[in-house]
Write a protein that binds this ligand. Structure first.
Ligand SMILES: Nc1ncnc2c1ncn2[C@@H]1O[C@H](COP(=O)(O)OP(=O)(O)O)[C@@H](O)[C@H]1O
Ligand SMILES: [Mg+2]
Length: 256
């Protein structure tokens, strides 16, 4: 269980998060929606250890995460993607996958010299895992393509795959479907469902309400840094406050 409890964070005079509490269960996808600037990405940055909140805490299975220390939070099994995919464009899809690995012992010089067998074994194991994940993503046939040659949607799928190389207990996904074609969104949804079924904790920021309704077990609605509603996607769609805030806006300006 991941629990965000009473987290507040200001940037100068701007209260980006105001006593925000969110609970995300394993084996479920927890949605985070809200208008642009409502604090969604900031909340992921707090959970991922990038920002140290002014107040409040985040616990994973009852233990406080070392907030403000992204490397240490990552070691605790928390992985995140970004609104703009972070990839090495001149490396192949497969090479990017291998770079996504967390404890690659080949990067330690003493290991390379004194434990070459272990390094080779780990590399082989990582290659096997990369192949399996690329298969699950329906991207195995792209393994030798340069990451920079992929479409935006495929790059987002690849970043999800890279995240999985570290076998994270918690996945934080920031707008994976934005700018992605419907076929690839279907692929993302199918992949998210398998992550959920593996018992992982998935937190999903998304503007695409169909995707939210399709994949989320519970949804939190942020507005100006505060949680204004939470419930099942069905409950959220019927929630008066949420509708007044923005669900009722015309489709072309809707930012949910
Ligand atoms: N590093 C930062 N420095 C100053 N202000 C920030 C920073 N990051 C976000 N903000 C501000 O905090 C608010 C919430 O931003 P953000 O979390 O990115 O919103 P969302 O992801 O919901 O669109 C916005 O007003 C944004 O301008
Ligand atoms: Mg954002």
């Amino acid at each position: 269980m991941l629990n965000v409890t009473d987290v507040s964070l200001s940037f100068g005079g701007l209260k980006a998060l105001d006593t925000v509490s969110v609970a995300a269960a394993p084996g479920a996808v927890t949605g985070l929606i809200g208008p642009n600037g409502s604090g969604k990405s900031t909340l992921l940055n707090v959970i991922g250890g990038v920002y140290l909140p002014d107040l409040g805490k985040v616990t994973l299975n009852g233990q406080a995460l070392p907030l403000g220390r992204p490397d240490r939070v990552a070691k605790r099994g928390v992985g995140r993607t970004f609104q703009v995919p972070k990839l090495a464009h001149r490396l192949t899809v497969f090479q990017n996958m291998l770079a996504g690995e967390r404890d690659h012992c080949g990067e330690s010089l003493p290991n390379l010299f004194f434990r070459p067998g272990r390094v080779a074994r780990q590399e082989k194991e990582a290659s096997g895992r990369a192949s399996t994940i690329l298969n699950r993503l329906g991207m195995y046939h792209k393994a030798n393509d340069l990451a920079g040659s992929l479409s935006g949607g495929q790059q987002k799928l690849l970043t999800m795959g890279m995240l999985l190389m570290a076998d994270p207990a918690v996945l934080l996904l920031d707008e994976p479907a934005a700018g992605v074609n419907p076929v690839l969104i279907e692929q993302q949804v199918a992949f998210l469902k398998t992550l959920r079924d593996e018992g992982r904790i998935v937190i999903l920021i998304e503007h695409n309400m169909d995707m939210i309704a399709n994949v989320c077990d519970r949804v939190y609605v942020l507005d100006a840094g505060s949680v204004i509603a939470s419930g099942t996607p069905h409950e959220i769609r019927a929630n008066e406050t949420v509708i007044r805030s923005y669900l009722g806006q015309p489709a072309n300006t809707q930012e949910v």
